[in-house]
Design a protein around this ligand. Structure first.
Ligand code: FUB
Length: 553
């Protein structure tokens, strides 16, 4: 959970608190009804099937009013029928990791070599003071667990980057060949092999690039297909939903399969745990709908674990899952889950064709660009992935219909290509199209580069119509627009221009990355033709590179 989202988180959580259905948390729930655990507040469920039982490891939410999270220990429950759960109490306290100071966040247990390995996110104490991942071991699935290393398995130094909060939410997956993989992270999804001892990394850290990724990865495998389920969209300013991707190998390539569940009731966060038990698949997650007998009600930091049946389609994709009150109290559907799953269809790596003549869009030309490819005429920043960390779409604030970047051209040139750094979102469709438009604002002299607004004339890219393009969600990377000769307009020296993405207010087909520093003197970032304001601070420049052919007189 990124700190900068705290205000949004509290707003969403408080706003929803009054609307929780009364039936949740009722005194006499049917076995299997959601939430499935009702003795305390629980979060971040991680199921483990061992022998004839499911063991469920959860965080313990103890937040009081005004607190975001207050989590000090991890709990374990078990069940042999998925309806009735036995509490095994606290299996470990965050202070049992002597090097940790607080925050018993998401965890998972895996069985290996006759032992049980417990991976958990915590806050590492001084001097690191950052999120880290520890590993503990036990001879029993219900503990007690003891720190297996005496130090963090993943510390802030293990992963590059400025964020102290990124090393959270471990998931461990042991493949059929015995190789154990650890995935974790927010906002990056990291992947690393574990040594057979399960307590050390084995080899380099890779990154899984999937659209809309926020946190809480969960790896599982069915047949020959690997699945990565994760909490998504928080970095796009929305409550988290679960999305998933599939791959033929754990190292990818991963194919985005879209949304698995909508956001959880009353909870800004959501966190997946998936397991097969007695030939039926299940999704565990949390919401915040429970009221304890003490009268304490659900909130951002007072969540409750729930479970739903999970069904596959014949092609191996997972059917969207609704959050229900009935949960597992009702029988599963008969005949679901075909026995011989085929591999899910691989989404084409080629870009869908643009719908307008005159421009073609190539997606995924480069993930997380540290510099622009080739030789742009100019760019609004040299290192977009480092600087442009904020996401904007047409759903920002009350909704917007244009995202614009103004720029000035120093020498006459013919525009051949534009590169934007962006991605994520829900993709374009008939209801949420996106178009490119370009306007000549006239001579730059006398027109402030960061003017409070700009007025447009004719769209240079098409007299009446903008260039509509088709976009399917990609992980944040370069979107490359190449212009056909018919649309290679002349950009004049000394003129200021406005490039716009135009869309439907409140839609979020894709996000354009914007900086919070003024990286470019020749223009700025706009929405609805007014300077972008991010959380009441100025957003400065969208990540844009312009390519062209010089024109000589
Ligand atoms: O429970 C604390 C944090 O909230 C987890 O690490 C995230 O996955 C989110 O659920």
């Amino acid at each position: 959970m990124r700190k900068s989202f705290l205000r949004v988180v509290l707003f969403v959580a408080l706003g929803l608190a009054g609307s929780a259905p009364r039936s949740y948390g009722q005194a006499n729930p049917k076995p299997g009804e959601n939430p499935i655990l009702r003795d305390i507040f629980t979060a971040d469920p991680a199921p483990l099937v061992y022998k004839d039982k499911v063991y469920l490891y959860v965080g313990h939410d103890e937040a009081k009013e005004g607190q975001m999270f207050n989590m000090n220990d991890w709990r374990c429950y078990s069940s042999s029928d998925m309806k009735n759960w036995t509490a095994h109490g606290s299996i470990m306290n965050v202070r049992d990791f002597k090097w940790a100071s607080k925050d018993a966040w998401a965890s998972q247990v895996v069985a290996r070599n006759g032992k049980f390995y417990f991976y958990a996110a915590v806050q590492e104490g001084t001097p690191a003071n950052a999120k880290a991942i520890g590993v503990a071991v036990s001879d029993s699935p219900t503990g007690p667990f003891v720190d297996a290393r005496g130090s963090a398995l993943i510390s802030d130094k293990t992963t590059p980057g400025p964020n102290g909060w990124d090393d959270i939410d471990p998931t461990v997956f042991v493949d059929d060949d015995g190789t154990a993989w650890l995935a974790w992270g927010n906002p990056n999804c990291y992947l690393a092999k574990l040594k057979p001892n399960m307590t050390e990394l084995d080899g380099p850290i890779q990154r899984i690039e999937v659209p809309n990724y926020t946190e809480g990865p969960w790896l599982h495998k069915r047949g020959s297909t690997y699945y990565l389920t994760y909490a998504a969209f928080a970095h796009q300013g929305m409550s988290e939903k679960l999305c998933y991707a599939t791959a033929p190998r754990v190292t990818g390539p991963w194919t985005y399969q879209g949304i698995l569940t909508d956001q959880a009731k009353n909870s800004y966060t959501i966190h997946a745990g998936i397991v097969e038990f007695k030939k039926q698949w299940y999704l565990f997650y949390h919401n915040a709908t429970l009221t304890l007998p003490t009268g304490e009600s659900g909130a951002l930091g007072r969540r409750s674990v729930c479970a739903e049946y999970l069904y596959y389609n014949p092609d191996g994709t997972i059917q969207p899952i609704a959050h229900t009150l009935a949960g597992l109290s009702v029988p599963p559907r008969k005949g679901a889950n075909p026995a011989s799953p085929q591999r899910p269809p691989v989404a084409p790596t080629a870009t869908p064709p643009a719908t307008s003549a005159g421009v073609s869009l190539t997606e995924n030309t480069q993930p997380r660009p540290m510099q622009w490819p080739g030789s742009p005429v100019f760019s609004t920043m040299p290192d977009p992935a480092t600087v442009a960390l904020d996401n904007l779409s047409f759903n920002h604030k009350q909704g917007t219909t244009s995202l614009g970047q103004t720029f000035e051209v120093k020498a006459d040139c013919r525009l051949t290509r534009l590169d934007l750094f962006g991605g994520d979102g829900f993709g374009t469709d008939a209801k949420q199209p996106v178009a490119l438009a370009l306007y000549d604002l006239g001579p730059a002299t006398g027109l402030a580069a960061d003017a409070p607004t700009y007025a447009v004339g004719a769209n240079l890219l098409g007299a009446a119509n903008s260039l509509i393009f088709t976009y399917t969600p990609q992980a944040a990377g370069i979107l490359q627009f190449d212009f056909a000769a018919s649309h290679q307009v002349t950009l004049k020296a000394g003129h200021r221009y406005a490039l716009e993405l135009q869309g439907v207010a409140k839609s979020a087909p894709l996000f354009w990355r914007v900086s919070r520093q003024d990286t470019y003197a020749g223009g700025g970032a706009y929405q609805n033709r007014q300077p972008v304001l991010l959380n009441d601070k100025r957003g400065y420049d969208f990540a844009l590179a312009v390519y062209g052919t010089p024109l000589t007189n």
